[in-house]
Design a protein. Sequence first.
Length: 246
Amino acid sequence: MLEYWRNRNSKPVSVIWHWNLRFVCNLVLGVWDFIYLRQTLGSRYGPHWVQILVTTCLALTLSVPAVAPAADTAAKVVEVLHAELLFVMKQAKKLGYAGRYQRLAPTVTASYDFSYISKVVVGRYWRSFTAEQKSQFIRAFSKLSIATYANRFDGYSGERFKTISGEELKRGHLLVKTVLIKANGEEIELDYILHQNNDQWLIINVIAEGVSDLSLKRADYTSYLKKNGFDALLKKLNEKIQNYAK
């Protein structure tokens, strides 16, 4: 399954303790300064000053909490999604489509910012939607996204996911690079772009083998809206959901 995706390797995500590293460096510099003062000014700076200096610097180091970078926090969102996808793949036949949909719905909903994505994929037409139409579209788009996962991840053949790296992008976005490794060793590149909404990192785009899902949907939906209007697009989304369930 998923034959159209591949990947390239990179370095793993690393946890960098910014503040603690800074204070450890200060500790080393402080001890170095002491040695210099002792050699320069004589024995007034005895061993007990070393103990005071080291104890003070260590106390400052431990008093500042180590905070994981945002990239690691965002990566966890992706990894939770991947773990659920793997579970569904392994239990695909037992669960069936309806079971896969029900199992994936909470995790997919919690991982994606569907309100934001819905606004982006319809472009300028979003402003012309009524409040009710916006709610209808977000609801249908969310269901279709879950249905697509439930339909595509319908079996397991020894695949596994691996997180490669995380990096900051412009406008406060983060990129989490991952791969889906098939049983034969072939790697499928899956990159996730996330942003922060109410202090939560949420997925807003998936790039498979360099192809942006957000861009594809925007081109498709805006073209369809221009020719057919909102009601026709909503009907099209609902029909896709129903076809997946057959």
